[in-house]
Design a protein around this ligand. Sequence first.
Ligand SMILES: [Ca+2]
Ligand SMILES: [Ca+2]
Ligand SMILES: [Ca+2]
Length: 373
Amino acid sequence: MSESGFASCSTAAPTHLGLAPSSCHRPGNLPCTRTAAPVPPNQNDASQPERGNHDGGVIRFGADGKLYIIVGDLGRRGRLQNLPSGPTETGLGSVAADDQFGGPEPGNAHFSGAILRLNADGTTPSDNPFFTIGAAIGGQVGDNIQRLFCYGIRNSFGMAIDPLSGNLWFQENGEDAFDELNLARPGMNSGWIQIIGPLQRLAEYKQIETTSLHHEDFPNLQQLRWPPERLADTPVQALSRLFTLPGAHYSDPEFSWKHVLAPAGIGFLNSRALGPQFFGDLFVGFSVPEPLGGPLFRFQLTGNRRKIAVDDPRLEDRVADNLTFHEMTESESLVIGRDFGVISDIQTGPNGNLFVISLDKGAIYEIFSLKRK
Ligand SMILES: [Ca+2]
Ligand SMILES: [Ca+2]
Ligand SMILES: [Ca+2]
């Protein structure tokens, strides 16, 4: 994958969708529904290498007892990617099939780029944000819409529950422009593919994606059939193109990086074991071991737990305006550790210490206070 080694690790054998059934185990009387990767998986993109990417995959139980599942866009270019008519010039106009698997409506082959909210038994909670509209639509597409909590998400390796507020947070990985940290409100549309990063920074998104050769032969948005030249020229135009389910709302990230640093696992510290100043802080790891050998960032939230608090005046805009990819300008005040490699998860342990899982180092690190040990 272009953006990180972590992505490569997570995309080796996509099993999440497709048409060709494969053998699978059936414990008890559970129905067999697993299917293999699409064959071929190139999704009608001319000259596209075979890949089924952006699987996301983090699952978390919320403070409300519901199960939250984040799934990346899977390379789809359909309604949940804010292309209401599929991959047409603007995403609007006459409806066009997305790829050989159909679309653009979110049937099972195009149910992607979203956070799902489910009951623990797999059924759909009736207080989900699009439950009523999904029931009215009906069928497979309606069932899927009922399961949505958020959509318009490119990909994510990190999702966590704030222990103080119960709010769900996730990081979203940009293509070349704008990684994000988001508070996931019910019915949120994060904006991908029409918008990533703050809406008012749209011109920077388009400028970076139409000119950057970051791991690429020519500028693109990874999947080739909807190139970055098609991005809107104004924020108003971008908003007008969004796929807006009744009750949905676009919202800007709570924090973003102008050029991708490629965040990965995130987690809150739910203890005072490291000292009271760290209680409730949000820790963020990264999906590539550069710079600093894989840094660990620490964010503090505001008192209402809805925003990121900053000390550095350059972060008042809640954007780290770094100069290029994997570069630390304006992130210096956030660094609290280094050499953690590729961080896939961060959790508070039963002893209150912070545990950091490093994928490439094959290690689980425990962070503790020397004073309190
Ligand atoms: Ca967004
Ligand atoms: Ca690109
Ligand atoms: Ca800034």
